[in-house]
Design a protein around this ligand. Structure first.
Ligand code: PLP
Length: 397
């Protein structure tokens, strides 16, 4: 056999752009300088310094989730790993799961539940609309469920389940635990874990929180934790076993080597939220997102989802008939150094409004880049009207 030769590789500084592109897609989002700096540090994952940092991460996470629950944990892995941690610990063969399906990510929760043997009933929500609690009422009157899963915001098609609090209330009346995916929405809009009686909330690092990808957070309610503790079925995942994760997160013990740099970055991201306050941050998101929506419409483009069900954290924009999506993304990136996202289905492009994306200087650059690129590719858009509306909306919020 021939030996494997040393490959010829190009150093990163010759691959990466001199100046980072502006990440205005559906995640990852730009990170503040303090988050980036924290992410360069490696420390002992079991020492007293780490213990102190973990205590702060937990208490800041409690604030961001709006919960007094003890059961807060981080996960080394993407948002999907946190989704899988919630599902795998609460669902086992025969568990009756009601899964509200708005699209790609909510569908993933259902698939995860099926993979661990859950008996899953899917409620398909029509495209461009949010879940109607009355429809759930009918289902609950006929059947009982152990666990209900849903997304607060469906990033893939930009739909917002606005009635989340009512859905939780209904589930509680029927003794059903509620798992909420808040990957793109946490800290961008209200979500009160204790008040709404949510049993598990999942978030990733790279969206609403404006931290790095690959380190995620999860919170379980006391009721969810009781179910986890009472489990007698074998737990198929070792890394995602919440009872093992508790050794690291709550007992200063070893589970697996923690992603220390990512946890330091998460610490900084959470600290910046505390500094700004949740209320201030949610207001900033509201102001920026609605100004962006107004600007896009004033340019002559259409938003994909009607206002009632429209997610503010990720905006879906319909492509004019004569504009090709991939060509638009390529043009806006190479010419304007702005990255926006395509989609997994509908003929739309998506612009994120999560964390650091909600800054007025980023919005001016993005609105101009989008309009100018559309124009170059042959669409009739009024770029100055869009920019003027952005200015007006930001000032009048
Ligand atoms: C991005 C996203 C996920 C998945 O997060 P990853 O970090 O890509 O695994 C899950 N749910 C929602 C709502 C998301 O926006």
């Amino acid at each position: 056999m021939n030996p494997v030769d040393i490959p010829s590789v190009t150093p990163l500084d010759q691959i990466l752009p001199d100046e980072p592109l502006l990440l205005m897609g559906a995640g990852p989002v730009p990170v503040p300088a303090k988050v980036a700096a924290a992410n360069t540090v490696v420390i002992n994952h079991l020492g007293s310094t780490m213990a102190r940092i973990l205590d702060q991460v937990k208490s800041m996470a409690r604030y961001v989730f709006q919960t007094r629950s003890e059961h807060i944990m981080g996960v080394a892995g993407p948002g999907s790993a946190a989704m899988e941690m919630a599902i795998t610990n609460l669902v086992w063969p025969g568990t009756k799961v009601l899964s509200i399906n708005n699209g790609f990510f909510s569908g993933r929760l259902a698939e995860m539940a099926e993979r661990v043997g859950g008996d899953v009933t899917r409620v398909q929500v029509p495209d461009c609309s949010d879940i109607d609690p009355d429809e759930l009422k009918k289902l609950f009157s006929k059947q009982s469920f152990d666990v209900l899963t849903l997304v607060q915001g469906e990033t893939s098609n930009t739909v917002w389940n606005r009635q989340l609090a009512q859905v939780c209330q209904l589930a509680k009346q029927h003794n059903t635990l509620v798992v909420v995916d808040a990957v793109c929405t946490l800290s961008t809009m209200p979500l009160d874990m204790d008040q709404w009686e949510v049993d598990a909330i999942i978030t990733g690092g790279q969206k609403g929180l404006s931290s790095i990808p690959g380190v995620s957070l999860i919170a379980f309610s006391q009721a969810a934790w009781q179910r986890i503790e009472s489990r007698t079925e074998p737990m198929p995942h070792w890394c995602l076993d919440a009872r093992l994760a508790r050794q690291f997160w709550h007992q200063k013990g070893y589970h697996y080597t923690a992603p220390v740099s990512g946890l330091l970055a998460l610490h900084e991201a959470l600290r910046l939220i505390c500094e700004e306050s949740l209320q201030g941050r949610i207001l900033r998101h509201k102001r920026c997102s609605s100004a962006l929506q107004n600007a896009i419409e004033s340019m002559g483009l259409d938003l994909y989802v009607p206002k009632q069900a429209r997610l503010p954290s990720v905006i879906g924009i319909e492509l004019p008939a004569d504009v090709n999506g991939p060509q638009l993304l390529e043009h806006i990136s190479t010419v304007h150094r702005v990255e926006i996202a395509g989609s997994f289905g509908p003929n739309i492009v998506r612009i994120g409004q999560m964390g650091e994306q909600c800054r007025s200087h980023h919005l001016f650059r993005t609105v101009h880049a989008l309009g100018a690129s559309m124009q170059t590719l042959g669409a009739k858009v009024d770029v100055p009207a869009g920019v003027a509306e952005l200015e007006r909306s930001l000032n009048h919020h």
